[in-house]
Design a protein around this ligand. Structure first.
Ligand code: ZN
Length: 415
């Protein structure tokens, strides 16, 4: 497959599939992608080694002398519990769906952008579980419709995602209709829907995509909202996750569903203290997969690989991420993203988006956080633009400069 892709790239005038695939992404060049990955690899590997030391101590207490890759997640969770006393399961009673939505997700959008949400039970969705809200600007003008389809069903795809049902377009006079899908198990009748910590993060994340669709102010539907390159589309949604634990927001929605008491501050502190634990491992295994993806797709036309395992080993070695204890997240034989999905030479997109995300979060923090002024700037310069201008130019207009990698290094404890 890699050889055929290289051959096609040559027919189209490119030196490799990777060069072809990144040509219309926001990353300016393959060199720029390698430069970014190269800044991440040394600190990630250094932290993975430091994490391994703590895991070895924990494993030694069980009589395990020689820690192996397959021991990693078990002992990592043990260290997380011991060192940071984080028990995520105990948080559920504080995350009731209705409160998370109304007093959390919608509340943050109101504080930032002045949006109001009015449920429209008179409008019929595509399934009885689908709820529909009319979204209005602060001045009362209509923005669009937001659909929420939160429960899991036998006939529904897994995971969580956002779709545009109607793309905003000035040319056609269309206002956007967007939907967020989650897969939360439906509770028995009469019982509240309690979310896991990760499901709350996901609710904020998907709503970030929804805002990208709703705020679109472009002429052509082809460039509307989330119709941006793959290495950019996750950026606004990742930014929206920051509001979940923002003090004013979490205090407003995270209340015990029976007693109404707020989520204890020490639980929030513990979650934040634990946030960099495991990032050495996570970043290294991610980088391993990303660099394998690029190695396969930087093959020149006509170049062949006789021994895939040796090829992998050499690629990881060359990139400085060859660790026996931390194998790449995917090996070539089961790397579905790049051989059966749309991510060939694009697995880097996750971290590329996160560089922009972390730098934007830092901007919000430096400028007073959850304010209407900040929200309006992000909306005007970035969320409204869709793909009607170069997305990195939109970022520059918003941030006042190109993205810096330091905030991401800091967030992952790699600084
Ligand atoms: Zn997303």
């Amino acid at each position: 497959m890699a050889a055929l892709r290289a051959e096609r790239a040559a027919l189209l005038g490119f030196a490799s599939h990777a060069e072809f695939a990144t040509d219309n992404q926001t990353a300016p060049s393959l060199e720029a992608i390698h430069a970014m990955l190269g800044k991440l690899a040394p600190p990630a590997v250094r932290n993975a080694h430091a994490e391994a030391e703590l895991l070895r101590e924990a494993a030694a207490r069980d009589g395990i002398e020689d820690l192996q890759a397959w021991d990693w997640s078990y002992y990592s969770e043990q260290v997380r519990r011991e060192k940071f006393s984080v028990d995520r399961a105990a948080l559920r009673p504080y995350f009731e769906l209705e409160r998370v939505l109304t007093d959390g997700v919608f509340f943050a959008a109101n504080r930032l952008y002045g949006l109001t949400f009015t449920e429209r039970p008179d409008l019929a969705g595509y399934h009885p579980d689908v709820r529909i809200w009319e979204v209005k600007n602060e001045d009362g003008s209509g923005l669009g419709l937001f659909l929420g389809d939160y429960y899991t069903r036998d006939t529904k795809a897994g995971g969580a995602w956002m779709n545009s049902l109607v793309h905003q377009s000035a040319l056609l006079g269309m206002q956007p209709v967007v939907v967020n899908n989650l897969n939360i198990p439906k509770p028995p009748a009469g019982e509240p829907t309690l979310l896991s910590f990760d499901e709350v993060v996901t609710a904020f994340h998907e709503f970030g995509h929804a805002l990208h669709g709703l705020f679109s102010e472009v002429t052509y539907p082809q460039f509307s909202g989330t119709a941006v390159p793959r290495d950019f589309v996750e950026y606004p949604s990742q930014v929206n996750e920051m509001w979940m634990l923002w003090p004013e927001v979490v205090a407003n929605f995270a209340k015990h569903h029976v007693t109404g008491e707020p989520l204890p501050q020490d639980a929030i502190d513990n979650i934040e203290a634990a946030s960099t634990w495991g990032e050495g491992f996570g970043t290294t295994e991610y980088l391993g997969a990303t660099l394998l993806d690029l190695a396969w797709h930087e093959l020149a036309p006509g170049e062949t690989v006789q021994d895939p395992e040796a090829f992998e080993a050499e690629a990881l070695q060359r990139a400085g991420v060859a660790l026996d204890l931390v194998p790449p997240r995917y090996r070539s034989g089961y790397f579905k993203h790049i051989f059966a999905g749309g991510y060939a030479a694009a697995y880097y997109a996750y971290i590329w988006s996160e560089v922009l995300d972390a730098d934007t979060v830092e901007w919000f923090q430096e400028n007073g956080g959850l304010t209407r002024e900040n929200g309006d700037r992000f909306r005007r310069e970035l969320l409204a633009r869709g793909n009607s201008i170069d997305p990195l130019q939109a970022f520059r207009n918003f941030r006042g400069r190109d993205a810096a990698i330091e905030p991401l290094l800091h967030r992952r404890g790699l600084a």
